[in-house]
Design a protein around this ligand. Sequence first.
Ligand code: COA
Length: 260
Amino acid sequence: MPYTNLLITDADGIRTITINRPDQLNALNRDTIGELDKALSEADVDRSVRVLIITGSGPKAFVAGADIKEFAHFSVEEGRALSADGQKKLFDHVEYMSKPVIAAVNGFALGGGLELAMSCHVRIASDNARMGLPEVSLGVIPGYGGTQRLARLVGKGKAMEMILSAGMVDANDALQWGLVNRVVPQDQLLSTALELASRIMKNSPTALAAAIRAVNAGYEPGANGMQREVEEFGKCFGTADFKEGTSAFMEKRKTNFTGV
Ligand code: COA
């Protein structure tokens, strides 16, 4: 279906979703979050899609945050709803996708932009990327999971420093801190993301989904990640993909996973 604020392209099982409001540095307004929610749901059920890449349009920004102009006059209740709805529709939605999601961070990833990148399973940044959670400079705090996901990725001390200073880190610091997995020249960003997606795509879709669930379980309040791993591991033995993967190994041939 056509989207107003997104560009969707498919290539060999890899779906690239490009947030396309470059004149507003791809800021996340309500409509864009709604469209992303829809696009993620469509990708999740589309069996031809195996891996997703999320990126931003233009050379300057991945996403420069939630749309400040849209929420500037919100009340306390509206602010609360903005955070809760956004977390459900976009940020948790990305994190709990059954298919791997790679963020290709092509410039500024600020506020909701960094929160979106952190919701993705893997982050690749271009060398011009700048990342930060500047919300306290606007009199608000990160509301799309940033206070939790940043601390998980870089540790509480560095997360506190980034959030309290409202400062930006460059791509190399982000790499050193573990905020991104890789840094590449900007003109190689999408090709690197596609290459990684192709490598991931060779693996069993059912096992990829189970791995995402098991890793995520370790970060759920009150969840027992180890127990979830045992359950997910056991369930793999009932899949056709497991039979295919182990048979292909023993028959010394390439796998042909069907994702069931
Ligand atoms: N929300 C709404 N609009 C935004 C935006 C945001 N988060 N970030 C950028 N824009 C808009 C600007 O208002 C401007 O629109 P205009 O031309 O209609 O005035 C356009 O995008 C270009 O941004 P501009 O500020 O002119 O670019 P710049 O190169 O001078 O600065 C940034 C780039 C990223 C440093 C700056 O845009 C910025 O600080 N953005 C806000 C970042 C932020 O605080 N995000 C967290 C939000 S909770």
